[in-house]
Design a protein around this ligand. Structure first.
Ligand code: A3P
Length: 302
């Protein structure tokens, strides 16, 4: 471990879910040691579904009484969104930030890539609220392929091989269909606990989603804020165009202690439908058929 092809091909079966080996180690530590609080707000995503964007939006919305969104000193102008909302698990190394999480004041804004069935049971027992963001799987596999080849410590997979693994359900946090479906079902059963969002819908109506997010975070926009254009300011501040051009996010800084990849790796194109530039018709049809079969009868579509 890792094999020549890095984290792509080293998988273990953990509680019925195929995870990459470093992920399984990290998840087991979190399950044993992470102490959820009833007022924790968890941002949950499958990797490459727009985590960075959701972190930025949620941070800006939740902290707007402390940090004026249009202010020249907003933390999002100088800190990477990944650093403003910590993961409860760190998939990059076997290290994890549990002590740092314990030290955070409530209510905590936290993030996870863990599938719902692997979350520490206390998260459900305490009724912690979750915002889940998913994305069209064809865009996810293309985004993932670019990302992994950028951060894989010199390991490189061609797209055909990466695609086959993805379609067969081998990925950092298990098959995308199980991940999405698990959170989808929870959101159907407990709509007050799980807010289910889709990247493409957010791209089509970012302002509507920012309002929805604020309502769910229990910090709704006042009429005065709406009138003053604060919703649009959040959208602008967190847009791909704005964030990806900031020096902090375009740099090749690597957090060697936390093991986080270079800052710029989280920003590539930021578009819906880029898969058309990479996947053949045959690949697209194959993934579509798998997703259709797996999601059949659930009401969830992409
Ligand atoms: P692409 O590779 O398709 O460009 P994650 O944050 O979960 O790792 O997902 C990364 C994907 O989200 C990348 O997709 C990245 O470009 C895109 N992204 C990052 N910031 C974004 C933003 N502010 N708005 C929209 N998309 C964003």
């Amino acid at each position: 471990l890792p094999t020549r092809e890095g984290w792509w091909t080293t998988f273990v079966l953990y509680h019925g879910c195929w995870l990459s080996s470093p992920t399984a180690t990290s998840v087991s530590l979190v399950r044993a040691q992470f102490a959820p609080r009833h007022d924790d707000l968890l941002l949950a995503t499958y990797p490459k579904c727009g985590t960075t964007w959701l972190k930025a939006l949620s941070f800006a919305v939740a902290n707007r009484s402390r940090h004026r969104v249009a202010g020249g000193d907003h933390p999002l102008l100088t800190s990477h969104p990944q650093d403003l909302v910590p993961f409860i698990e760190l998939p990059y190394r076997h290290l994890h930030p549990l002590a740092a999480l314990d030290a955070l004041p409530s209510p905590r804004l936290l993030c996870t890539h863990m599938p719902p069935q692997l979350l520490p049971p206390r998260v459900a027992e305490l009724g912690c609220r979750i915002v889940y963001l998913c994305r069209e799987p064809k865009d996810v596999v293309v985004s993932m392929w670019h990302y992994m080849n950028k951060v894989g410590n010199g390991f490189f997979l061609d797209l055909d091989k990466a695609f086959e693994l993805f379609v067969d359900g081998f990925s950092l946090f298990g098959p995308i269909w199980d991940h999405c479906l698990g959170y989808w079902k929870k959101s159907m059963e407990e709509p007050d606990t799980v807010l289910f969002l889709k990247y493409d819908d957010m791209m089509a109506d970012p302002a509507g989603h920012v309002k929805k997010l604020a309502d769910f975070l229990r910090v709704p926009f006042t009429d005065e804020e709406v009138g003053a254009g604060v919703v649009e300011e959040v959208v602008r501040l967190c847009s791909f165009e704005k964030l990806s051009r900031l020096p902090v996010n375009s740099s090749a800084v690597v957090d060697r202690i936390g093991g986080r990849p270079m800052n710029s790796a989280f920003f590539r194109k930021g578009k819906a439908g880029d898969w058309k530039n990479y996947l053949s018709e045959e690949m697209a049809n194959k993934l579509d058929a798998v997703i259709e079969e797996k999601l059949k009868g659930s009401g969830l579509t992409f």
